[in-house]
Design a binder for this molecule. Structure first.
Ligand SMILES: NC(=O)c1ccc[n+]([C@@H]2O[C@H](COP(=O)([O-])OP(=O)(O)OC[C@H]3O[C@@H](n4cnc5c(N)ncnc54)[C@H](OP(=O)(O)O)[C@@H]3O)[C@@H](O)[C@H]2O)c1
Length: 238
């Protein structure tokens, strides 16, 4: 179940869940390629992943850039797309242009990754899209972001047939302690996460490594395709 000599691409891999997955793939023997937009995060990821990793500035919604990266790599075994954007949209009040990124980022990043990586992937290679529990249980005030999760779930199931024998899945994390919450919650972060942990059957918030472990399972188990793997500490039950 090692990933020796395999190329693992994480689009949105300079922080949080993506970076933890890149570290886990590296530790399993893979050559890792991670992308992101922010220069500081790119530098930190480079330092974390070490010399063997390719760390590249690329917006996952950049179609031409995604195509070029895939062509340059030539051979790709596994792709994980984490890029997504949460836009708060209570009663759909924001202007439509402000709502668009909540759907566009997650969906089109997934489509470009699949479209341009698949021709370079072997049978049994895998593509994993980032979904979220909001695709199953709506996140109040984030209807468009909830729809984006449903969109990639349905897209992955369809591609699992259309791109076979390449495997395509989605992963649905519950609350995971990442820098994402610094921006969204600000000073309320620790209290909100502590309250969430107290409600969960497992009694704690997820760590990025919990999700990375599950993404590696999707990469390594050649019999898994077309599924949505929920890793949420039992959050959907309560
Ligand atoms: N944390 C959670 O509880 C949780 C739960 C369910 C789902 N998710 C989803 O998981 C994904 C990752 O979240 P995280 O918690 O790991 O957050 P994070 O620590 O903020 O990491 C997000 C990563 O994605 C990159 N990224 C974002 N937009 C991008 C774009 N357009 N192009 C390229 N890279 C992009 C970021 O780098 P740059 O910003 O520098 O580009 C960063 O490397 C998100 O889609 C989020 O909605 C998170």
């Amino acid at each position: 179940m090692r990933l020796n000599e395999q190329t693992v691409v994480v689009l949105g891999g300079t922080s949080g869940i993506g970076l933890a997955t890149a570290c886990a793939a590296r530790d399993a023997g893979a050559r890792v390629v991670v992308t992101g937009r922010d220069a500081e995060r790119l530098e930190r990821a480079r330092a974390t992943l070490g010399d063997g990793a390719r760390v590249q500035r690329l917006d996952a919604t950049d179609e031409a850039g995604t195509r070029t990266l895939c062509e340059e790599l030539g051979s790709i075994h596994h792709v994980f797309v984490t890029a997504g954007q949460l836009v708060l949209d209570g009663r759909l009040a924001p202007a439509t242009d402000e709502l668009r990124p909540a759907l566009d980022t997650r969906f089109w990043a997934a489509l470009y990754a699949a479209k341009f990586a698949a021709p370079h992937m072997p049978a049994g290679g895998s593509i994993t899209f980032m979904s979220g529990t909001a695709g199953r249980r709506p996140l109040p005030g984030a209807a468009v972001a909830s729809a984006s999760c449903g969109a990639v779930d349905a897209f992955a199931r369809a591609l699992a047939l259309d791109l076979a024998p390449i495997r395509v899945n989605t992963i649905t994390p519950g609350y995971v302690d990442t820098p994402l919450f610094d921006d969204i919650l600000g000073a309320a972060r620790d209290q909100v996460l502590a309250d969430a942990a107290a409600r969960l059957p497992v009694g704690r918030i997820g760590q990025p490594e919990d999700i990375a472990h599950a993404v590696l399972f999707l990469m390594q188990n050649g019999y898994v395709t077309g599924i949505n793997l929920v890793v949420d500490g039992g959050g959907l039950l309560v």
